[in-house]
Design a protein around this ligand. Structure first.
Ligand code: GSH
Length: 204
């Protein structure tokens, strides 16, 4: 399998999941500019990361990639014990990160697409930062009495960790439960390997 990842983007979560699964893989780190090339657009027509290539099969979307990886590593426990309930629990938290949390960062990363490059730029930024903090409260409450979002370590944790790196870079102050979670992730050897392979530092 070959993963295309832009270091520090959400694709790094798919990379962490590959490491957790213990699957042999090749990594190609790419830049924002490379995502606009015809070569890459042929693989991923929307020009985003991640993309996973397995033989003649090209897969996009983090959630789909996590599940595909887990299907190739059935003993990895990535979706808990594999029961309907634990798979649903992992998917519930993957959806929260992917559909609720990840999008609230967009006005901060692509201000021009959200009216944040004109006279009201400061207001757009302040409101986006408030949205990040508000949306993170759900994870904070969960992690106050759980080590991992789903109750066991799942792809949702890798995805949350990447969004927390973004929050830290943007100056959002993390609550103790989220800070402790970042620490747990950064004590994990496979997480450290993925970060190092992408040339990334720890942030906790
Ligand atoms: N729903 C997509 C979201 C992918 C996405 O938003 N990727 C971002 C990086 S985190 C991206 O490549 N954006 C385009 C850009 O930066 O130009 C997925 O889960 O794969």
């Amino acid at each position: 399998m070959k993963l295309y990842s832009q270091p520090g983007a959400c694709s790094t979560s798919s990379h962490i999941v590959l490491e957790w699964a213990g699957l042999d893989h090749e990594l190609q780190t790419i830049t924002r500019e490379f995502k606009r090339t015809p070569e890459y657009l042929e693989l991923n027509p929307t020009g985003v990361v991640p993309t996973l290539v397995d033989g003649d099969f090209v897969l996009t979307q983090n959630a789909a990639i996590y599940a595909y990886i887990a299907d190739h590593a059935p003993d990895s426990g990535l979706y808990g014990d594999g029961s309907a309930r634990q798979r649903a629990e992992a998917n519930r938290w993957i959806s929260y990160v992917g559909s609720d949390l990840h999008p609230v960062f967009k006005p901060l990363f692509v201000p021009a697409a959200h009216g944040g490059d004109g006279p009201g730029a400061d207001d757009v930024r302040a409101s986006a930062l408030a949205n990040v903090a508000r949306t993170l409260q759900h994870a904070e409450r969960r992690l106050a009495d759980h080590e991992w979002l789903a109750g066991f370590r799942s792809p949702a944790d890798a995805y949350l960790y990447i969004t927390l790196r973004w929050a830290i870079a943007l100056g959002v102050e993390l609550t103790p439960a989220l800070t402790a979670f970042v620490g747990r992730m950064e004590r994990d050897e496979q997480v450290l390997k993925a970060l190092s392979d992408e040339g990334l530092d720890t942030v906790g």
